[in-house]
Design a protein around this ligand. Structure first.
Ligand code: GTP
Ligand code: SPV
Ligand code: MN
Length: 591
């Protein structure tokens, strides 16, 4: 019980629908957390890892049919279909409540309903929003305790009549045919049923902080974006902040925790992590954009994480971490493809099968140890390079916004947009090859504007207008860039070494924002002049550099057609500035 009548009434109504055996309010205390861990371990919902190697760490695996966000089962339920737009699944609110209501009816019988009051953002910050998630999963409770500020302090902040997002989640029968992830922006409500996978069920994350928040941001004049936030400290001690939008599994966590390459480290460059997935952005009184990370933890991709590729992540996940869908060994260790050596020779793989190194399935394909979208949930405070500013209620000022995707061809390593409107066009026409973070054909190119395709809670054409409108209101807009770490050569190998070496590109970007380096104009935008990208001690051939920056107008014919096709689906709603930028690019490319 709380002192908030609307909250109490809603909890009772939802309990009447789901029929839990009891209701427990999550207070955020260590004692309650320990008791829940104990209970989950007792029931097998979590497995305690070897506590001397992995203090405070647990293992969890989801159902085999429930390992990534299910975009085809994710809906925006607003009264008018047009408000959801052509890129979202839409359902009428009545139908959504009725359909999902059937799946929720009695779904918590014999289970406990947990009430999780949580805040996205620091309590009391002008950026923050409060939510309450009802769930029948202890795994969800323990993840939310890492990812958000949750517990009784949030109820105190809410008082007797504060506004909050109503989130209802039940695993129900984990049946794919009875799974729905519904957003009711007009009611500030989220209903998620039939799944136990992170992005579908940690309702503070993509559901509230992006889909519902993007809707609120449009109404209230701010932005909710799928972006990392990082500080880059130059040798003179000045820290510049960047926000970057890359689609799921395209490198946000890795960039946010980057370790500068040796020659840069020697000179005193440092990186500070503010956030790895979500940025809430407002116009400050100084006419600049200010950003906060509303989360308190990382829900990061495990495969590929090791002490060479991302030592800061590895340090972060050594304790108090929940591992989902990785491999576990009999002696309570965990591992994933591209993990730390020594590699284990046997264990229980993500799907619960007894696994041996080199194991093949009937068709001769290697049996994976970890699922490619296996994840760790870890507190941001444990990150060795966590920025002290992540707890600043006013956020950090942005010098640059970076868009990027996974394109094996076509798109250069980095280019700068000519101005804000052109930058919005660059974001609006982003594209990337599909990864394991979403269901779909891996590798296929799909358009993913601002990396928000699966997360924009309203008509994407209105979202582009909102971006343009924010630009008009900005006295000192950050510069907008585009990067592509994933261009490949004739042999199918990445040309750019990526990871820590990406700092070389960030360094050019920062120098562009403070006017201390030049650029060369290409049809796409501005690129570094020869010698301006600091490649010291990086053995990369001249030919590789040429390939990284090549713009082949012929190759762009198909890309331009695809972009036009994508933009045309918005009809009259598409802001004219976006189409004007498209025409201008076509002219510059001579197509
Ligand atoms: P979400 O959590 O799904 O939003 O993903 P993310 O954008 O945070 O991606 P993450 O940093 O976890 O990286 C996903 C995958 O991309 C991992 O397998 C990384 O090893 C790989 N990756 C990250 N940065 C680079 C890079 O610079 N170059 C290459 N080649 N691969 C990279
Ligand atoms: C993503 O897919 O962009 C993620 C993981 O960050 S999830 O929280 O599942 O959406
Ligand atoms: Mn993400």
């Amino acid at each position: 019980m709380s002192t908030h009548q609307t909250l109490d009434r809603w909890v009772s109504e939802m309990a009447a629908l789901c029929s839990p055996a009891d209701i427990v309010w999550v207070d955020g205390s260590t004692e309650q957390k320990r008791a829940l861990e104990e209970e989950a371990a007792g029931k097998g919902e979590l497995i305690r890892l070897n506590q001397s190697r992995w203090p405070g760490c647990f293992y969890h695996h989801t159902a085999a049919n429930d390992v990534a966000r299910t975009e085809h089962l994710t809906y925006i339920c607003c009264r008018s279909r047009e408000d959801a737009g052509p890129t979202n699944n839409w359902m009428a609110p009545d139908e959504g409540y009725r359909k999902a209501g059937e799946y929720f009816r009695g779904s918590m019988r014999g289970r406990t309903m947990y009430v999780i009051p949580f805040s996205m953002g620091l309590l009391g910050s002008p950026f923050s929003k409060i939510g309450v998630e009802l769930t029948d999963s202890i795994y969800v409770v323990l993840n939310m305790l890492i990812m958000t500020r949750a517990g009784s302090s949030v109820l105190r902040e809410l008082g007797g009549n504060g506004a909050f997002t109503k989130g209802l989640h039940s695993k129900a029968g984990l049946d794919e045919n009875k799974r729905l992830i519904l957003h009711f922006p007009e009611d500030n409500t989220i209903w998620s049923v039939g799944s136990g996978y992170g992005g579908n069920v940690l309702l503070g994350k993509k559901c509230l902080s992006l889909r519902i928040a993007s809707h609120l941001g449009r109404r209230e004049g701010w932005m909710a974006e799928h972006m990392l936030i990082m500080g880059l400290e130059a040798p003179d001690g000045k820290i510049s902040y960047l926000a970057a939008a890359f689609p799921s599994a395209c490198g946000k966590t890795n960039l946010a925790m980057l370790v500068p390459p040796e020659p840069f480290r020697r000179r005193g460059y440092k990186v500070w992590t503010v956030g790895d997935d979500i940025a809430w952005i407002r116009i400050g009184p100084d006419g600049r954009l200010w950003a906060v990370n509303p989360e308190t933890g990382f829900f990061g991709v495990a495969p590929g994480t090791n002490s060479r590729s991302n030592p800061n992540a590895l340090e972060t996940i050594r304790r108090n971490t929940i591992f989902t869908n990785v491999l576990r060994t009999e002696d309570g260790d965990v591992w994933w493809e591209g993990g730390e050596e020594p590699f284990p020779t046997a264990g229980i793989n993500w799907a619960g099968l007894r696994w041996r190194a080199g194991m093949k399935d009937e068709s001769g394909k290697p049996v994976p140890a970890a699922h490619p979208n296996s994840r760790y949930t870890a507190p941001l405070s444990q990150c060795p390079i966590a920025s002290p500013e992540w707890n600043n209620p006013n956020g950090v000022p942005l010098s640059a916004i970076i868009f990027g995707g996974r394109r094996s061809g076509l798109v250069p390593l980095v280019y700068e947009s000519f101005n804000w409107q052109h930058g919005v066009y660059v974001g609006a026409t982003m594209s990337s090859e599909i990864t394991a973070a979403q269901y779909g054909k891996q590798g296929q190119v799909r358009r993913d504007p601002m990396a928000m395709m699966p997360f924009c809670g309203y008509n994407m054409a209105d979202y582009f207008s909102h971006w343009l409108e924010i630009g008009r209101r900005l006295e000192h807009p950050p510069k907008i860039f585009h990067v592509n770490w994933f261009r490949k050569d004739e042999n199918g190998s990445f040309i750019w070494p990526g990871f820590g070496e990406n700092l070389r590109v960030l360094d050019w970007i920062i120098r562009r924002t403070n006017g201390s380096t030049g650029a060369v104009e290409t049809p796409l935008g501005l690129v570094p002049a020869a010698g301006d990208l600091d490649l010291s001690e990086l053995p990369l051939s001249g030919r590789a550099m040429e390939n990284l920056f090549a713009v082949n107008p012929e190759e762009w014919t198909d890309e331009l057609a695809e972009r036009r096709h994508f933009l045309e689906q918005f009809g009259d709603k598409l802001p004219s500035g976006i189409m004007a930028e498209h025409q201008a690019l076509r002219k510059r490319l001579g197509r």
